[in-house]
Design a protein around this ligand. Structure first.
Ligand SMILES: NC(=O)c1ccc[n+]([C@@H]2O[C@H](COP(=O)([O-])OP(=O)(O)OC[C@H]3O[C@@H](n4cnc5c(N)ncnc54)[C@H](O)[C@@H]3O)[C@@H](O)[C@H]2O)c1
Ligand SMILES: O=C(O)C[C@H](O)C(=O)O
Ligand SMILES: [Mg+2]
Length: 591
């Protein structure tokens, strides 16, 4: 039933294998790179720095002779040296509290990032499964919580409420001439940790590291951004070390004026940059998405990226039950949390159901969704509902469960709404991040729901041994499987904006990635180790959808007509070839 053409293409596998030097680089021997500086300035620039790997000829050319120890190390030796020190750190911190170990690992990677980007991104790409939990979820949450204390040097840009009227010129302070990918937050809802104000900058940094590792976006062309409009976090406001504005958050028109000015400034300098909104509290997540999505090439990852990943997981759960995909329209779905993620998931699930062949429902009369927030089940009697949530409130109708009331608890909803469920494989997705905020663990699920359950979580967990040699799979349902491909596809297609069709194509591509055999075992998502391969597929699906909808304007010297004439596999090859790959280039000084 399900094609996995993507997986079976040996040509693409070869092209993208992360150990091959030509992977995504387009050439085994890199071309020279012109550098506008000399001597120590080069050693202190992580983009050009090669540490002890500068060959003697280059040391002479660039005024480096004598500034480094005489021995020239190879890239492979430097790589091994780093991995060895990382492994000794692991050994030396065994038994220490988890948070201490996590921060120590983050520090060693962060120091390499500050010093030598080529080596940093290569170790990240090659070890993405081990290192993603450090530079991304869950450790990035801990880093954000402790950001003001951990701060050593800035990364990215900071626009604050005090910069009103200045942003159009400030944007030119960024040293890179070209920026392709921006991730911006206002720090108001950092993972499940709440309002962390300026400290939320760790999230755009982590997301963009994933962009480089997964989508091969050139790290010189990424820009993490913090919009500091204040914080309502009392603890931070009182913290003497807090590095952000010590004022309550701007609200209403004042808030929107800051975001408007920022978006105009970005657009003026880099009209083709893709902007990803990340970790905005719900009201602003929806409002800014509506406000900008038809004017700029932007998307909200928590609403739209998450929705696609959850949809791929839900479709996988239908397949795991041995049912045809159309059966998705009969699945009962309970969503706990009526925020940007939960409502995003429901909207996309509903859209996908309505697109299924033979489905002509308007959605009003047919409702197999139950949504709860911190006050329990949401019904139409709830006062002051956000319009985005109101669409999913329970009311009265043929599909209503008569004895479920406003504010009913999760236990009541599951026991009553699911009473008649005949699902042989119930699926539980504990999507909240970081690990400490997960709704439940895989151990809980396989113990209480049964061995046939299907489990996924936002933060990584280990698989569970079920006895008799069987494994309960702990899938990671994280938007990292989609946002890199959405951003890359939007960039390479030169899309004017990011449409629902492009997002749907991304989700369907991810859903079709997994084979029937894997699905039967309860594996819903591929291993994070294949993230570059997945992203090439997702990116290509997004490019093709943009072309089909006539939204593509092309990128660099590849116009919409050429994109449109590419076959499916040629599009994947094209996307893969566009990926940057870390390799030392010969440096030539123009000074
Ligand atoms: N796995 C992923 O890829 C992914 C993507 C996006 C968000 N998330 C995570 O999902 C969580 C929610 O994100 P969001 O953007 O929807 O946040 P949000 O702040 O917009 O919404 C949170 C919602 O949860 C509800 N809630 C809080 N405590 C609750 C409780 N005890 N019981 C029931 N409902 C409760 C709130 O009422 C609100 O409706 C966060 O932890 C975030 O990190 C994960
Ligand atoms: O950052 C993540 O790991 C996923 C998601 O964007 C979140 O906000 O939790
Ligand atoms: Mg997020």
């Amino acid at each position: 039933m399900w094609r996995s053409a993507a997986r079976r293409s040996p040509q693409i596998r070869r092209l993208l294998s992360s150990s091959a030097p030509q992977a995504g680089a387009g050439a085994a021997v890199p071309g020279p790179c012109i550098v506008h500086k000399r001597g120590n300035d080069i050693l202190h620039d992580p983009w050009y720095n090669k540490d002890t790997a500068f060959p003697m000829t280059e040391r002479d050319r660039l005024g480096l002779r004598g500034l480094l120890p005489p021995r020239v190390m190879s890239f492979e030796q430097q790589y091994e040296r780093f991995i060895n020190s990382f492994r000794s750190l692991e050994n030396n911190t065994r038994g220490a509290p988890d948070s201490i170990v996590a921060l120590a690992k983050w520090r060693i990677l962060n120091r390499l990032h500050d010093r030598n980007e080529t080596l940093y991104y290569r170790v990240l790409i090659d070890n993405i499964k081990d290192f993603a939990p450090i530079i991304y979820t869950p450790t990035v949450g801990l880093v954000c919580e402790n950001y003001s204390g951990l701060f050593r040097r800035p990364r990215g840009m900071y626009f604050s409420a005090k910069d009103k009227g200045e942003m159009m010129s400030m944007i030119y302070n960024w040293p890179a001439e070209k920026v392709d990918m921006i991730v911006v937050t206002d720090g108001s809802r950092i993972l499940g940790l709440g309002d962390l104000g300026v400290q939320g900058i760790g999230i755009p940094i982590g997301k963009l590291d994933v962009y480089v590792a997964a989508a091969g976006i050139n790290p010189q062309k990424v820009l993490p951004i913090m919009l500091d409009v204040g914080t309502n976090n009392e603890k931070l406001l009182e913290d003497k070390l807090y590095l952000g504005l010590r004022q309550p958050r701007l609200e209403g028109e004042e808030y929107l004026a800051v975001v408007d000015e920022f978006m105009e400034a970005v657009h003026a300098r880099w009209p083709k940059a893709v902007v990803q909104f990340e970790d905005f509290q719900m009201k602003w997540a929806f409002e800014t998405l509506q406000r900008y999505r038809n004017r700029f090439c932007m998307f909200n990852d928590d609403v739209q990226g998450t929705a696609g990943v959850a949809l791929a997981g839900l479709l996988g759960a239908v397949r795991a039950q041995g049912r045809p995909l159309q059966d998705f329209t009969n699945q009962k779905i309970v969503v706990v949390g009526a925020g940007s993620a939960g409502i995003g998931v429901l909207s996309m699930a509903k859209q996908s159901m309505l697109r299924m062949p033979g489905i002509h429902r308007t959605g009003e009369g047919h409702n197999q969704f139950w949504v709860l927030d911190k006050d329990g089940l949401i019904t139409k009697t709830r006062k002051g509902l956000d319009p985005a949530v109101a669409r999913f409130a329970r009311g009265y109708g043929p599909d209503e469960v008569p004895d479920l009331h406003e504010g009913a608890s999760l236990v009541e909803v599951v026991l009553k709404a699911m009473k008649e469920s005949d699902s042989p494989r119930p699926a539980v997705f504990a999507m909240s991040n970081p690990t400490t905020k997960a709704e439940c663990t895989p151990d809980d699920v396989f113990k209480h729901v049964g061995e046939n359950a299907i489990f996924a979580s936002g933060s990584p967990f280990s698989n569970v041994s079920l006895g008799n040699g069987n494994t309960g799979y702990a899938n990671q349902a994280n938007n990292m499987y989609l946002f890199p491909g959405i951003g890359l596809g939007a960039l390479l297609s030169g899309a004017r904006h990011i449409s629902d069709g492009m997002l749907q194509a991304a989700a369907e591509c991810l859903a079709s990635y997994i084979t029937d055999d894997e699905i039967r075992k309860g594996i819903l998502f591929p291993s994070v180790s294949s993230i570059r391969h997945i992203t090439a597929q997702v990116g290509a699906a997004v490019v093709r959808a943009a072309v089909a909808e006539d939204l593509a304007e092309g990128c660099c010297d590849v116009g919409p007509r050429e994109l449109g004439s590419m076959s499916e596999s040629e599009t994947v090859d094209y996307v893969a070839r566009k990926m940057w790959y870390p390799i030392y280039s010969p440096l030539v000084s123009d000074k």
